[in-house]
Design a binder for this molecule. Structure first.
Ligand code: SAM
Length: 213
């Protein structure tokens, strides 16, 4: 029988073995209890490195993917981050430990309300949740130091690129929703946008408009 300490140690070992080396990111993952973002019987599998179902037919991402995306973003403690696709709120909570301020947008109101309730219960005060179509970003709060898209787009959305500060980084899965997509890192430099491919990923699609729930 393995106890909570052994499970946490195994969790961190798995994250390291999947390429997460940034100690701030590892600590943020270690301290963010994934079980608090999962309802029902699946909460018992929170340390498993796999996506799990949440409400509205969506998924909470695999912890190692949350770690690799957070690491690729290179979030600093003074950064303002925009996340598209709140889902359970887990990735936003991890980003909240790395950044000064996090804004996150979700198209399903039910998920927005559940995430908000979790942040309140966990005393997370630097993450703000909005219901809306995240592909338009949040012009009133722009520009952002970092932007993370946690749903697959056919191309990096133009409004999000426009809301990225000079020196800023955006990480986004790009490709068709029914295939393996490519994780792309976009950096805005004084000369323009630079694109780097980070590897294959599989995400639910970025969908236009609000969800029914
Ligand atoms: N980051 C989430 C977490 O930590 O649980 C997992 C994200 S889940 C893989 C993708 C989420 O993106 C879903 O909740 C989905 O409803 C949302 N989504 C898809 N298209 C969207 C859009 N245009 N605007 C906002 N959210 C969107």
């Amino acid at each position: 029988m393995t106890g909570p300490d052994e499970r946490l140690a195994q969790f961190v070992f798995t994250l390291r073995s999947k390429g997460i080396t940034d100690e701030r990111v590892l600590t943020a993952l270690e301290k963010t209890d994934r079980a608090a973002f999962i309802r029902g019987t699946f909460a018992g599998r929170s340390y498993d490195d796999m996506p799990l179902p949440i409400e509205c037919g969506q998924t909470i991402s695999q912890p190692s993917v949350v770690g690799l995306m957070s690491q690729a973003l290179r979030v600093g403690p003074r950064d303002t981050v925009l996340e598209i696709g709140t889902g359970s709120g887990y990735q936003a909570a991890v980003l909240g430990r790395l950044a000064r301020r996090v804004y996150t947008i979700e198209r399903f109101r039910r998920l927005t309300e559940a995430a908000q309730a979790r942040f309140r219960a966990l005393d997370i005060h630097n993450v703000t949740v909005f219901t809306g179509d995240g592909s338009h970003g949040l012009p009133a709060q722009a520009p952002f130091d970092r932007i993370l898209v946690t749903a697959a787009a056919e191309d990096p959305p133009g409004p999000l690129l426009a809301q990225l500060r000079e020196g800023g980084i955006m990480v986004v899965p790009v490709g068709q929703s029914d295939t393996v997509q490519t994780l792309i890192k976009v950096t805005r430099t004084a000369q323009g946008l630079e694109y780097d491919e980070l590897g294959p990923v599989r995400f639910v699609p970025l969908v236009e408009g609000l969800g029914d729930d």
